[in-house]
Design a protein around this ligand. Sequence first.
Ligand SMILES: [Zn+2]
Ligand SMILES: [Zn+2]
Length: 112
Amino acid sequence: MSEPLTAVDTWRPVMEAAGYRCQCEGECGNAHTKGDGRCPHEHDAYAGKGQRGRWVRLMAAPADPLTTDLAAVRLPASELRAWCPDCHTAAARLARKRLPAAPADQCGLFDL
Ligand SMILES: [Zn+2]
Ligand SMILES: [Zn+2]
């Protein structure tokens, strides 16, 4: 089973707690009805059948997808959750839309 090269000490406990499965429960805007309300993507599983399939690499990221990378590295594993890239990207996009027009504490650091 492959793992990211960085922050494995943090990544592994998060994945073990999550059962190596994306912990999104609809934050990305997809109700995940196929996964009983939770994203069915598992680490190193093949996502999708046929041509569009690809390997899923889960990442450990804060439950709030708008947490900056800088803040995220200081969080303990208990504050992180397993995300597949699709869910994390979509959840961040949705969360950003819900932000007030000029968020004082999110400026600058988030890499668009
Ligand atoms: Zn997911
Ligand atoms: Zn999702």
